[in-house]
Design a protein around this ligand. Sequence first.
Ligand code: TXA
Ligand code: MG
Length: 420
Amino acid sequence: MRPALLSSRRSLHFWPRVSVMNTKVLPVDITHFRFQAQPDDEFGVQNAKPVITKETDQTAILEAVRELKAGQAVGIPTETVYGLAANALQEDAVAKIFAAKNRPADNPLIVHVSSLDMLKTFMPDNTIPPVYLPIIKKLWPGPLTIILPSSPMIPSTVTCSQPTVAVRFPSHPVARALIDACGFPLAAPSANSSGKPSPTLASHVFHDLQGKIPLILDGGPCDVGVESTVLDALRTPPAILRPGGITYESLLSLPHMNKLQVYRKHFVDEALEQAPTTPGMKYRHYSPDAKVVLFEHSDKVSETTVHEVFETKWKSELAGFQKAGVTVRKVGVLQTTPEGEACHWEQVQSKDGVEYIEIQMGRRGHPEEVARGMFKGLRELDSRGVDLIFVQGIPELHEGMAVMNRLRKAASKIIDLGEL
Ligand code: TXA
Ligand code: MG
């Protein structure tokens, strides 16, 4: 049993329990997928057709298509995180996603497409709002979700009766080829149990959802490691509702985006604050079982001393817990690799009856590496049964904005590294 202080998770049972089933994991090899653009098509890349060159991969895709056509939910790789996919146009299929994840019924899902032609089939008047066209041309397929007007074809279980629908065109070859082979869009949230860190490996999905879904396609580690950026350009000025794999900096230079704002960083809105549609606002997110203490990056601390200061601070925080009578047997430290040092994944040490497991997410000056290693690190430390996780924050630049957004939501205590 963990001490009471360390296990304060609410259990959310909004959907009936699903019956236990055998969960099959099928490997797929991304090197066997190619995409052929259509000549004479302005959106050639976005309407390209998949070619799968190996039979075992074709068979795996067909098996997933069979399950999805039968209304089942399937774990699939995407370039951001693994998704739990079901037919977005079928209400019963979408309900299976909510049941398997134990997801609150008022948290809407992202609809995934494999071409602009597919997107147009469910847009009102088959039209994509013009403000999005240059963005789509530049950034799709990729880790960007856009908010669009919804349509009667999308069940209210997907949008949670909002007038808008979130849509994404993933670049992961397996996700793309699978959606194309289905011929219908797939609704897919991240494939974790609700409230847990997002999965970046098929084994993470298996850990959370085994027995609840029939199939997981294992396409290896996710390249981006954090979820897509959610962009609402129907608003004036346009807004990032959730920072993610496409950075604020890269969006800012695109047409109509020069006044782009980031929710909670540049503005807050009372209505959005209350709505579950504002990603990750209403419900607890990304939390391991262990208590997470985040040490926020501060400009008051120089980059040359940042690792020393972090170590001093987490050790004093640990001493505080011990002094307060909390039994701590295992401590997880999730940090960045100092510039110029070789990155190691894990180091274990024992001292005075306490085991310390240190995991490095990636090099400090490379937020894209940190993003790739963050959820994986949180999950690894949790699986090792640590009582506490001390996390070193990074500057909120580029992918660092998404990393810090997720870490703040995972943390139950946040300490400014610059505080004396
Ligand atoms: O990278 C990703 O986006 C992954 C992969 C699987 O594609 N998916 C993902 O889904 O992160 P999920 O459900 O974990 O997060 C989707 C977020 C939710 O927090 C939800 O609030 C928001 O998108 N969302 C969905 N529909 C929306 C809408 N109509 N307006 C605003 N936000 C919306
Ligand atoms: Mg999620």
